[in-house]
Design a protein around this ligand. Structure first.
Ligand code: ADP
Ligand code: ZN
Length: 523
């Protein structure tokens, strides 16, 4: 092959100063150099940028990098330039440039100085840019933050849907798509929308072994947070709140309690926001209280804790935000406060949005509820959500593994649930099946006549929480399929049929009942 391993390592050292590749980087880079379509799923901090930067430097022509955020683009271009004597090596074209600057960029590109050209998707689709790109040789297209193409990602951007048609217009070249969102549904969407179903897929593990996950009932949240921060004095932490108002209230409260904290949200003026971010990065304050506007592209390696004052809207959001802790591989404490009332609040916010968006939103929220209430290993649940099989029984680094609830035998119950599901068919969601089993009459159950079925009330000796845990176990074991294209309808699959024919021992831990736990600890 044209690039042997020692040459790649030399170039890595020469251009970036690193002596070895991280994770899948080398395999990915090789695949790009060979001219194949490439799909990279790698958690934040995994080193995605290098996967297209290095090949861009080594290949003929100019690599077109599509990225959604102007600030991130600028950071990357600045970083590239520090490695190279040629300041024209990387450029971006977006709405922040004036005519003279655009002309300079184009001149550098045409003179062959430029190896990487960054675009925001909306600039790429501009006619004069398309006409310009016709004139140059494109080595490959890199689509960063590729989940933006999917309505199931946490940051859907309709402009991303225009990327493929524009590429067709400019001229075909290999694609590399990259994302830190790894749910199977998003992955499918990306490959479909970019027309790269045959791409080689490189998926890294999303396990962050150094992160400790804890969900705590939201009972005395202010007191708990102040206590937590004081116990972790001198360490850097981020606290996420849902609303700007809460960000400001909490910041005030913390400051009043002698904690060095600053606020950050999109409603603040840009200067204050940047100053606060800087103070946090430079460790002039310990704590930043923020909405999710904070954190994109922020690389502070030694954030020691991330607290969620309110539960996030989706597990992707949760994973991204908690992922900002412990990026240096050291301790990272992820503490989330949960109350079902917050879920109802989030559902209310969705009202008025387009129906499809609401349905997606509700489903994502349901996964979050399930994660929060489950007493199964958090890591296992989270990784399963990302399509990854975590086979350890006890991760030793989440609240549920450190304080396991007693397990109860569920062999017979699991078999019953599967048989009942097989009988009622594949048109229903989990809560429907649970209502049938416990014998709860709802309008929907009546309309299908399942209140007359032999399964109606067949599982009434257990409550809905128990059946919820059984079904979650069935999903984790892969006995039941959940149709994400179709709003979470569940059905028994082949493996599930196998279980019905030949059941094996299974135990479940009962879900947390945070409302009950609240009452208990108050009395
Ligand atoms: P991502 O986009 O996946 O979040 P980045 O591309 O920003 O990750 O890289 C994360 C960090 O890892 C950066 O600070 C980068 O310089 C560093 N990095 C990337 N590749 C390597 C490597 N091979 N060796 C050491 N550090 C690396
Ligand atoms: Zn665990």
């Amino acid at each position: 092959k044209q690039f042997d391993s020692s040459l790649l390592h030399d170039k890595l050292k020469e251009y970036f100063g690193f002596s070895s590749f991280k994770g899948n980087q080398e395999a990915v880079i090789r695949n790009v150099l060979e001219g194949n379509d490439t799909f990279v799923l790698m958690p934040t901090g995994g080193g995605k940028s290098l996967c297209y930067q290095l090949p861009a430097l080594l290949m003929d022509g100019v690599a077109i990098v599509i990225s959604p955020l102007i600030a991130l683009m600028k950071n990357q271009v600045d970083a590239m330039r520090t490695f190279s004597a040629e300041s024209g090596i990387a450029h971006f074209l977006n709405s922040s440039l004036n005519k003279t600057a655009v002309a300079q960029v184009r001149a550098d590109v045409l003179a062959g100085k430029t190896k990487l050209l960054y675009f925001a998707p909306e600039s790429l689709t501009k006619e004069d840019n398309v006409a310009f790109l016709h004139k140059i040789k494109v080595s490959f297209y890199a689509i960063d933050e590729a989940h933006c193409i999917s309505e199931w990602g946490h940051d859907f951007r309709p402009e991303y849907r225009r990327i493929r048609p524009i590429i067709n217009e400019i001229g075909a070249a290999p694609l590399i798509a990259l994302t830190a969102t790894a749910t199977p549904k998003v992955q499918l969407d990306i490959q479909k929308n970019l027309g790269m179903s045959d791409a080689s897929v490189f998926k890294s593990s999303f396990n962050r072994a150094n992160l400790y996950y804890e969900i705590r009932p939201k009972r005395n949240v202010d007191r708990d947070i102040i206590r937590f921060i004081k116990q972790n004095e001198g360490k850097s932490g981020i606290i996420y709140c849902l609303s700007r108002k809460k960000v400001e209230e909490l910041t005030e409260l913390l400051v009043a309690n002698g904690i060095r904290a600053l606020a950050y949200h999109a409603g603040m003026d840009a200067v204050t926001r940047a100053a606060n971010q800087d103070d946090f990065l430079m460790e002039r304050v310990e704590v930043i209280v923020a909405t999710i506007a904070f954190g994109m592209g922020i690389d502070k390696p030694d954030v020691r804790y991330v607290i969620h004052y309110d539960i996030p809207k989706s597990l992707e959001g949760y994973y991204q935000e908690t992922g900002r802790a412990g990026r240096d591989g050291g301790e990272g404490y992820c503490l989330t406060f949960y109350s079902y009332k917050d879920i109802q609040k989030l559902e209310k916010f969705m009202q008025g949005k387009p129906i499809a968006e609401q349905e997606i939103g509700k489903l994502l929220l349901l996964e979050t509820v399930s994660y929060a209430e489950s007493s199964m290993c958090r890591r296992k649940t989270l990784l399963h959500y990302f399509g990854e099989d975590y086979t350890e029984d006890n991760c030793g680094n989440c609240d549920n593994c450190r304080n396991p609830k007693p397990k109860v035998d569920a062999k017979a119950a699991l078999k019953m649930a599967l048989e009942a599901l097989r009988d009622i068919g594949d048109k229903f969601k989990a809560d429907y099946l649970i209502n049938v089993l416990v014998g709860k009459t709802t309008a929907l159950i009546k309309s299908y006549g399942h209140n007359k079925s032999k399964w109606f009330g067949a599982g009434a000796e257990h409550d809905a929480r128990f059946w919820g845990a059984v079904l979650r176990q069935a999903l984790i074991l892969g006995l039941v399929d959940k149709n994400i294209e179709n709003y979470g309808l569940i059905s028994v699959n082949k493996k599930g049929e196998g279980y019905i024919a030949l059941p094996f021992p299974v135990t479940v831990t009962l879900d947390h009942d945070y409302d009950e736990e609240e009452k208990e600890s108050e009395s």
